[in-house]
Design a protein around this ligand. Structure first.
Ligand code: EPU
Length: 419
């Protein structure tokens, strides 16, 4: 069990290189097994979720080998096993993409459902509704979801709720269905476009990814492709907020600035200077007087729920009263009890958190209750007077590559200890 020890109040400065997007990687890797030959995926983040997926695929008979830390060669030519057990995927929620990918290629799949972070009910009814609309039968047997079909046939599918996972999963299955599928009220996150681009490079016919309506004309086979994953919007946002909370000046590099618009707008409202370049954003908070604001989490291009805990850490030292409305997950405020240990003044009622800004946080012993909560703990610790110990670092390792190394390079006093 690792812990992070952080001594706060160093102003961060310098440049941080952002890794590839976790949530694109965990969909692109399953998509790769839809080809009957070799795919090479580059710019993968070297994080636990990707390592876990790699191990799972190897157990299924896919030959995954790292060419280097960020490049994975995926050879699915001998893949025959369409069953994925709970042991293999218990730590990883995105195992659900294996359902869509296997259903597309083999017309059947059996996958244990899903692990990952726990912040409320995380249903997959929309994924299953989509598979049924394409003609698949769905059976749920304890923790195992079984889907099968003689053939998949394109359909018009309206998503009751905007769902990233269901949009991608239905897109995967529909890619190899007969005829045309239209997904309406689709999610528009950057990683949906990334997965669609990758599938198209493999020979799929997908149009409209990144808009409300995705049109997919089914194809019989997909071939191997080489692909580079987009940068991680949420990792980038976490470092942008880190610069702001420490009154530092940081260049967050290897990103697509457009993906950061909702966060950049909020940081400007809070009083932070933002300068955009082609593939970087400079965040300058050195002379900023940080002010409160209101934030509502929404599907892309709205403010991402996956940056909600991190921005709450920042708002806890912004002058005045801030309000957050969480619209995506029903239990994403578990971290607020941990943030209060730093002295933060937060009151949560249902989906709303009211934060009274205080002048300074104080170091504390806290726990990372989930991945993004863990990131928020690091940010609070960086701003706090004195020393902080963060436990359950395994959650942070799921989604942040070499987190203590990247923060150290920016001047943070942070180290990992094994307990
Ligand atoms: N929903 C349903 N039924 C479904 C699917 C979703 O009701 O079948 C609801 C959920 O309960 C939620 C909303 O729809 O209220 C949106 O969920 P979505 O399906 O978009 O979430 P997801 O695909 O399971 C991905 C990310 C999450 C991120 C959400 C929202 C991956 C692997 N995970 O989850 O990322 O919070 O989208 O943007 O892409 C993280 O990276 O820390 C993380 C949790």
């Amino acid at each position: 069990m690792d812990k992070l020890l952080v001594r706060g109040q160093n102003k961060l400065s310098g440049t941080v290189m952002i890794s590839g997007a976790k949530n694109a990687a965990v969909a692109v890797i399953p998509a790769a097994i839809m080809a009957e030959d070799i795919c090479v995926i580059d710019n993968l983040p070297y994080i636990e979720d990707v390592k876990c997926l790699n191990i799972t695929l190897n157990k299924m008979g896919v030959i995954c080998s790292y060419k280097d830390k960020h490049t994975l060669k995926i050879d699915s030519s001998n893949l025959k096993n369409v069953s994925v057990t709970f042991d293999e995927v218990r730590r990883m929620r995105a195992s659900y993409y294996l359902l869509g990918a296997l259903l597309a290629r083999f017309k059947r799949a059996e996958v244990a459902m899903p692990g990952g972070c726990n912040f409320g009910t995380r249903p997959i009814d929309l994924h299953l509704k989509g598979f049924r609309a394409l003609g698949a039968k769905v059976e749920i047997d304890g923790e195992i979801v079984r889907v099968y079909a003689d053939k998949l046939v394109g359909a018009n599918i309206y998503m009751d709720t905007v769902s990233v996972g269901a949009t991608i999963n239905i897109m995967l299955a529909a890619t190899m269905a007969e005829g045309t599928t239209e997904i309406e009220n689709a999610a528009k996150e950057p990683h949906i476009v990334d997965v669609a681009n990758f599938l198209n490079m493999m020979g799929a016919k997908i149009k409209g990814a990144g808009t409300d309506v995705i049109r997919i004309t089914g194809v019989e086979n997909l071939h191997g492709a080489e692909y580079t994953i987009i940068p991680d919007q949420i990792e980038a946002g976490t470092y942008m907020i880190a610069a702001a909370i420490t009154h530092g000046k940081v260049i967050v590099k290897n990103i697509i600035p457009k993906h950061m618009d909702s966060l950049s707008a909020k940081l400007i409202e809070i009083g932070v200077n933002i300068n955009e370049g082609d593939d970087y954003i400079e965040v300058d908070s050195t002379n900023s007087k940080l002010k409160s604001t209101s934030i509502k989490t929404m599907a892309y291009p709205g403010f991402p729920t996956d940056l909600q805990p991190q921005i709450a850490a920042l708002l806890s030292i912004c002058e005045g009263t801030s309000m957050i409305t969480e619209n995506i997950w029903d239990k994403r405020y578990q971290y607020t009890d941990e943030l209060k240990r730093f002295g933060a003044k937060i009151n949560v009622e249902g989906r709303i958190a009211i934060i009274e800004g205080i002048s300074e946080l104080s170091g504390a012993d806290v726990e990372a209750t989930d991945l993004r909560a863990g990131a928020a703990m690091i940010l609070a610790a960086l701003a706090a007077r004195g020393e902080t110990t963060i436990s359950a670092v395994k959650y942070i390792d799921r989604g942040y590559e070499e987190v203590e190394h990247k923060f150290s390079q920016l001047g943070a006093d942070i180290k990992r200890v094994s307990v």
